[in-house]
Ligand binder design. Sequence first.
Ligand code: PLP
Length: 386
Amino acid sequence: MVDPVGGERVSQGVGDVLLPDDLGEGLRPVAAVQREGGVHPGSLATGTDRAHRPGPAPGRVHTGGVSLDLPTLDRARAVVARHFGPTPQHEWPLLGRALGATAWVKHENQTPTGAFKVRGGLVYVERLRRERPRVRGIVSATRGNHGQSLAWAGRQAGLEVVIVVPHGNSPDKNAAMEAFGAELVVHGHDFQEAAEHSAELAAERGLEAVPPFHPDLVAGVATYAAEFLVAAPFDTVYVPVGMGSGISGLIAVRDLLGLPTEIVGVVSEAAPATARSFAAGTVTPADASTFVDGVACRRPDPTALAVMVAGAARIVTVSEDLAADAMRLVLGTVHQLPEPAGSLAFAGALAETDHIGGSTVGMVLSGGNCDADLLQTVLAGRTPAA
Ligand SMILES: Cc1ncc(COP(=O)(O)O)c(C=O)c1O
């Protein structure tokens, strides 16, 4: 894929490219794009901080480029429940003391693949088996957890699974994907190059290419949002943002439930494409050179961006040092192992302690698949290299 200079015209291909022919009955794109070059003109004039106004709980929500209704969410919950139960969600007073707030954590590090993504993989694969039973396999590019998700869900459903990773990808995540039964192909120097190769492999081998952002992936990961958002009267929930499925699920469920909770996305300053795109209101690619591999997004998905613009309160950008601090914060207060993206939500809350004092905040511990050598660097008080 080539990044057009000056950003992508979002009005092109929201339906064609990303959401091809297999939309859920209740989860499909809506016309988020009002005019060329922008995703949500009405809300883009100022800054990156928007107040969310709660409304009555509707039967279906249209947020940005994705809509979700309760039957679709219920079906997704049923699919996920066939494989594992709700993940834990706890209030952690020691963490709360550090943040000056009542602090809850959603433990998505405790799914069968150690990350929230597997929920989306299960829902995607379930529809594929039901509606396209002739498809014999899937291929996708990943930095790790999306690939583990598809490897796990695909193999459970008897599919061939090919996962493309860039050179230098996390060895532990690579090993896990292979152990879950995927064929691992190492290609390219970053996610984008791996993604281009996975599209070629799909054509060559007759496999279905699974995109990093898709309505079924959003419906799947929305199941953790449905569990978490009712755990406490949250003022704010922080979530790391890579290609945007996690934050989209939270926004859609928040709107479906008619809750006033602010959803705040968190990115690294070393991968600023999403924050810049959010501020500009149009896809604005940028380099991504961060140790927080789960959020190393160079070019946001236009539909995901539309969802964020419509429904996220803001996107917080944190330094690489703060991202490492957040790993130590989680280890020292929650006493569980986060991977770098897994604790990025905590970095967002750390960056906003002035803002959240006395409130009730939620943080998504989105994954725990951390390489041992990276962990040693962090525990030694250093910030890992990208
Ligand atoms: C642990 C972890 N957290 C957060 C993210 C970002 O999620 P999304 O791509 O849904 O924005 C990822 C992406 O792979 C991840 O692995």
